[in-house]
Design a protein around this ligand. Sequence first.
Ligand code: HEC
Ligand code: HEC
Ligand code: HEC
Ligand code: HEC
Length: 184
Amino acid sequence: MKKHLPLLTVSLLFIAGIFLLSFTDLPTYPYEGSSRCSLCHSTAEIGGQYEIWFSSAHRRALSDLSSEKGAAIAEEKGIKKPADDPNCLSCHLTGYDAPFNLLGPLYKRQDGVSCEGCHGAGGGYAFFSIMYDEKKAVSKGLIVHPGENCTDCHDGKAHTMPPFDPDRAIKAIAHPIPGRIKAR
Ligand code: HEC
Ligand code: HEC
Ligand code: HEC
Ligand code: HEC
């Protein structure tokens, strides 16, 4: 019995880990905010990802909750303050449910669906030494190909919306690094 004890302990810890993880889908790393990404992703040389995102619908996702249309959708559901309601924020605001210790100094609610809403919380990967090494970045939480996850939000469950056409939608948000387009 004694010699099986370490194995038993490891197995129990593993099961406890799975148990804990199943209760939280919070990221391991803090949300840094799109301004953090802009430090390196806003020159033409790298493809101006920040500017492309800044003028996109995703950046407006939080503020649009307070528009006339937002108010109308909310009213239909008996929601008084859509910009503060998890039933709306879950798709309209990255990091809406993260505790303070998982919000970096540049995190802003006004970012709406931020870079990290698709690429994963950046606290572990948003550094030169890591970003250049895709394997390392992925191990620190970077989602390189978020195209599979669009329908987490674009599913029409919360309110009616046009059917999601992945080809059109991915083209509409494209922000490639120049010269890399063919490689993918
Ligand atoms: C310190 C500078 C820096 C910061 C800050 C930074 N990046 Fe990067 N990132 C880079 C560089 C440089 C590359 C290109 C690396 C290469 O060409 O291999 C890159 C590449 C990427 C890629 C493509 C990775 C791949 O393997 O194809 C993604 C996605 C990305 N960054 C997202 C982000 C997001 C999201 C943030 C903010 C949370 C961010 N980056 C912050 C410098 C940075
Ligand atoms: C399950 C994810 C999800 C939830 C929850 C959600 N939305 Fe949305 N919302 C979306 C998506 C995706 C779009 C973009 C749809 C499109 O145009 O293709 C959108 C678009 C919108 C728009 C912009 C419409 C426009 O074109 O002007 C408003 C306003 C809006 N939602 C309000 C709300 C309100 C209010 C709530 C809470 C009652 C809410 N949403 C909850 C996913 C969601
Ligand atoms: C975290 C939730 C979320 C994810 C993930 C997400 N979106 Fe969105 N998307 C939204 C919301 C919310 C809006 C509407 C914002 C607004 O108009 O206020 C939107 C709007 C859009 C729009 C503009 C409306 C339209 O249909 O033309 C496009 C295009 C789009 N998303 C493409 C994508 C693609 C492609 C992906 C996956 C790579 C994706 N989205 C992932 C929440 C999300
Ligand atoms: C709505 C989801 C979404 C948002 C928001 C978003 N991205 Fe992306 N990003 C994608 C998708 C999808 C791709 C294409 C991935 C692939 O090649 O499979 C991509 C690719 C990239 C690439 C790699 C381009 C290449 O040529 O390989 C970089 C760098 C990047 N994003 C940075 C950012 C930064 C910085 C922000 C915020 C300023 C941001 N992204 C916001 C979905 C998103």
